[in-house]
Design a protein around this ligand. Structure first.
Ligand SMILES: [Mg+2]
Length: 153
């Protein structure tokens, strides 16, 4: 049986990544070898990257991955696995919301709870959940949560 193709992005999916840099491709992410091995049982895996393909081929070879096609052209595939992907499900509204609020998993952020009227910072949190719990200490609509770039120091 001919295996169907599945495309796997490189940066942030197979390697440690926190934003594009030209030279250093980082180390393989934990579990990435098993991930590729399992995918290859069912699919032909193609690595789809915007990087120079020779650079990625070298990285794959040097880090113990099997030989796979690497391309920077979108090829026909049953699915695309990408840390920056937004799934379009036929409705523009959720896709637009996700596009406007896009944050790849590796992009660090924190959360500021502030007074709506004065702008005064009430507290900073590393997790959205903790910020949401904290807002329950205030009367309704008195505070808002702002998402900020960077890790909480
Ligand atoms: Mg990526």
């Amino acid at each position: 049986m001919i295996k169907k193709t599945i495309c796997v992005d490189f940066d942030g999916v197979l390697n440690e990544y926190d934003g594009y840099e030209e030279g250093d491709l980082g180390e393989p992410l934990s579990g990435s070898h098993d991930f590729i091995r399992e995918l290859r049982k069912k699919y032909k895996v193609v690595i789809l990257t915007s990087r120079q393909k020779e650079q990625v081929i070298d990285w794959l070879n040097n880090n113990g991955f099997p030989s796979m096609k690497v391309t920077n052209r979108k090829v026909p595939a049953v699915a695309y696995i990408d840390d920056r992907a937004i799934r379009f499900n036929g409705s523009y509204t959720p896709a637009l919301y996700e596009a406007v609020n896009l944050k790849p998993y590796w992009m660090k952020r924190h959360y500021r709870v502030y007074d709506v009227e004065t702008g005064e910072t009430k507290a900073l949190f590393a997790k959205m959940y903790d910020a949401e719990i904290f807002t329950q200490n205030f009367k309704r609509n008195r505070v808002c949560i702002e998402i900020l770039e960077g890790v909480l120091e």
